[in-house]
Design a protein. Sequence first.
Lengths: 112, 113
Amino acid sequence: SQKIEQNSEALNIQEGKTATLTCNYTNYSPAYLQWYRQDPGRGPVFLLLIRENEKEKRKERLKVTFDTTLKQSLFHITASQPADSATYLCAALRTSYDKVIFGPGTSLSVIP
Amino acid sequence: SQTIHQWPATLVQPVGSPLSLECTVEGTSNPNLYWYRQAAGRGLQLLFYSIGIDQISSEVPQNLSASRPQDRQFILSSKKLLLSDSGFYLCAWRRDNMNTEAFFGQGTRLTVV
């Protein structure tokens, strides 16, 4: 079955810097990768989606890449702000009909 | 617009007691529905998903069951709770047969004592 791996250690960065989070997958190459943000005690909120045939996707200060050779997606937050502090989850879908499988998440803290 | 309701927000139950968590979606039809559990500091574990009424797939053998008696209603149940059932339970939905994101409810914090 598909397994999604993310940085298990929390990531602490200085405000204004770029945060880079990693998502690696095993087994099959997903057709879609999604990134979500989760705040403590809340449900995850969707941020970005990238398809298998897309190299990069951007939305405001967010950028996602998808490297099928490395079996990896990178999630970047540029000009990070303390309000960006949260847990970020990577999720994979094999097809548009498939169930959504989540990674364990990476906790990000942006220090003022 | 679509909304998802999940209740209760918190629940403390004794070991051996039954459980019923309810989730309803409004503003869409034939959604794909999901139940996830999140242990403290851990990721989301998919428990059940459903593509239609009475069509439930179980992902992990466990002490829980799910039912979908109506198109937009998804229920998570247990006959006898275990301590290990404690966690943060999240219901989610996606549009049918489309590559779209999952929308999550606010979650239920279950503590089994």
